[in-house]
Design a protein around this ligand. Structure first.
Ligand code: AMP
Ligand code: MG
Length: 417
């Protein structure tokens, strides 16, 4: 197989992203499932549908401090009601509320039978009780039936699915799992992702570089990105720009679910990644995406395993990972596909660009007088990690726009934490 050419497989951002999703969907991945303790389940992907073990709320729950009443008794306020007792959270009232009666109730307590609403304490006045007679409460306003009460089962009916298989577990989902009594859950196995840096100039981080050498920062950043995306990073040694060594190290990545190469995918004489992959029988789905930074991005499959050849410049590596490798890792780990969410902000300064590439430029978004505003960080281009570290988002500029004015509304892609 000859060296594949770049020009015939450069896709738009949208085409490339949908091809990644499509290839992973077609691969009919079925990751293994393992059971983990809830306290270890953060960041994992749920491998089962989880149902409510009972109604939520489990009873009609008061959401204000006040009096449990029958709304019909208050049709013409004010009305004086007989207060027959008290109920707080963690208790239940043993009797029932009859006509012209009420029960003092605290937030979180179950509504006593007979009552159908809660009057806020602020809308009542206690009449002084006399000589051992039950207290009397003057209610100053009417209430609607169901007011200040969350109905039993209104959040979830017993047996209803509250979380679907494929959901990534963050704090809210973990709280929900705890609520329904799941101390242990089934999650998908995390995909193992090999990281293979390439380049004769790249030296390990621990080594003092010669003045013409560069530390292997991509492997460190990529490992963190892989872990944040739900994968387990596996670091391979730095591959020199020699096809035989590259082939050997690519072969070493086969036990893993995905291979991320960095560097060696541009058009230079020593950019040998595609040649090495091609000579091993790789299929290439695309070999370039019309984005900036990160145009020479490669996606393919070799012996049943997907790979990305990410460009070596650190900002390009970072951006192409976030745009394309992150969703691939999510899919390999059983997560349901999600569209990237672009936010909108007003541009702080005019921006001029060449047409034809969708730009993802390191930027900072902030609120100014209540409006979201986005400003480019000063950067020296796709090698500038100093600039990238200043950014909290990427300013996204579509390929057909070259001249943007201050105040224009633009798309912003939040930088993941
Ligand atoms: P390449 O895509 O191989 O042409 O690499 C482009 C540039 O990215 C190189 O000149 C390096 O400065 C930088 N680079 C490549 N690999 C790494 C790496 N692993 N860590 C940090 N910088 C890198
Ligand atoms: Mg290189």
């Amino acid at each position: 197989m000859g060296t594949p050419t770049h020009s015939d497989t450069v896709l738009t951002y949208e085409q490339a992203l949908s091809l990644v999703h499509e290839k992973l969907r077609q691969a009919k991945l079925d990751p293994a499932i393992e059971s983990v303790l809830l306290q270890e389940a953060g960041g994992r992907v749920l491998g089962e549908d989880v149902r409510a073990d009972r109604a939520y709320p489990p009873f009609h729950r008061a959401i204000r401090d006040g009096y449990a009443v029958r709304a019909a008794d208050l049709a013409q306020p004010p009305a004086v009601l007989e207060c027959i007792g008290e109920v707080r959270a963690g208790e239940h009232f043993p009797g029932a509320v009859g006509p012209a009666q009420c029960v003092s109730i605290m937030t979180g307590a179950p509504l006593p039978p007979g009552a159908d609403a809660v009057v806020m304490v602020e809308h009542s006045r206690v009449e002084p009780a006399s000589g051992g007679r039950p207290g009397r409460v003057n209610v100053l306003r009417s209430v609607a039936c169901g007011e200040n009460v969350v109905k039993q089962g209104s959040e979830a009916a017993p047996g209803a699915v509250v979380l679907r298989r494929g959901r990534r577990l963050t704090a809210a989902e973990l709280g929900l799992l705890a609520m329904v009594g799941r101390g242990q859950v089934n999650v998908f196995r995390r995909p193992a992702v090999a990281v293979l840096p390439t380049g004769d100039e790249i030296v390990p981080v621990e080594r003092r570089p010669e003045w013409f050498q560069i530390r292997n920062s991509n492997a460190v950043a990529l490992s963190a990105q892989v872990a944040a995306a739900g994968g387990v990073p596996k670091l391979l040694p730095i591959a020199p720009d020699r096809a035989d060594r590259l082939r050997k190290l690519i072969a070493d990545a086969f036990p893993y679910d995905l291979l991320l190469l960095s560097g060696g995918v541009s058009m230079g004489k020593f950019d040998l990644v595609e040649e090495a992959l091609g000579s091993m029988g790789a299929e290439f789905f695309f070999q370039g995406v019309a984005i900036r930074p990160g145009k020479p991005l490669v996606f393919g499959r070799l012996q049943g395993k997907f790979f990305f050849g990410l460009p070596g410049n650190p900002v390009s590596t970072y951006v192409t990972f976030e745009l394309f490798a992150r969703p691939a890792i999510a899919a390999l780990g059983g997560a349901a596909p999600e569209e990237p969410v672009f936010l909108r902000a007003r541009l702080a300064q005019p921006v001029r660009l060449k047409l034809g590439l969708r730009a993802f430029l390191p930027a900072r978004a902030r609120a100014r007088n209540g409006d979201p505003v986005v400003e480019l960080v000063g950067w020296q281009g796709s090698g500038d990690l100093v600039g990238l570290a200043q950014a909290n988002c990427f300013l996204v500029i579509p390929p057909e726009r070259s001249d943007l004015a201050a105040g224009d509304w633009v798309d912003v892609l939040p930088k993941p934490g």
